[in-house]
Design a protein around this ligand. Sequence first.
Ligand SMILES: C[S@@+](CC[C@H](N)C(=O)[O-])C[C@H]1O[C@@H](n2cnc3c(N)ncnc32)[C@H](O)[C@@H]1O
Length: 269
Amino acid sequence: MDARVPRLLRRVWSRLKRPARAVVSYPVPPTYPGQDAIPDRDFYRPSEHGDWLFSPWLARNEPRGHGEFHDYLMTALEAGTAVGPERLYTLCTLASQCLHLDGDVLEAGVWKGGTAALFAKLLRERSPRPRELHLFDTFAGMPPTHECDAYYKGGEFADTSVEAVREKFEGAEFVRFHAGRIPDTFIGCEDLRFCFAHIDLDVYQSIADACAFVYPRLAVGGVMVFDDYAWSTCPGARRAVDEFFATRAMRPLVLSNGQAVVFKALAEG
Ligand SMILES: C[S@@+](CC[C@H](N)C(=O)[O-])C[C@H]1O[C@@H](n2cnc3c(N)ncnc32)[C@H](O)[C@@H]1O
């Protein structure tokens, strides 16, 4: 092109000369050679890069989990949960892996009991030894929050009660309710030890207090899952976790679904 043509015009011209990039959309899973051999293609979903990936937490267009996870998913959904299928899948998989360790299971942040119902089912069906499930919540809504918890003001999640949640666990003698505000409800529980902990408290001070109580009592090989670590609505959650683990050998692994996981590989408090 003539050098006297203005630079902007030359840029537009060279753009036009480039071959147009194909716009790819996947209304149904594409078939690659050998893909017919996959018996459960309904559980493959497009990733953000366009590849189809096995996603056992949810079938396409249906609230259905893959294999034995299906019943755990339905249990949590029926009890009522704010946790989505993908995060439920993480919980189910990691908690079941910890059942060969000594120690109880703890959940801090129960609300209507959906994730707790999943853990109760796991303990009932898969625990090789008797153990307890400890449930900590006000069961009356979020307490007053820290200034870094911009989204939460206190009082959220008040549409529940300890009586209503207790009814969902009738006959499950191994479930212990600790109703009231964390950290007050940790008093008297100092002798407990845990193999798995789900921390779903959303806000700064509650999570900081839960880390300080749970982590030193977590078995080596045990796992802590933080539900709301990466959510933009929960900056206090991330701050509390980062501050606590900044001085420890273990580091939180952030998952693409917003959870963070700590695998306790070393004995440290
Ligand atoms: C997101 S909800 C839990 C969701 C639940 N895991 C589910 O399956 O849907 C967060 C809960 O944390 C509780 N919470 C937050 N801070 C607390 C504290 N300091 N003491 C007790 N409960 C607290 C709230 O009462 C609320 O029920």
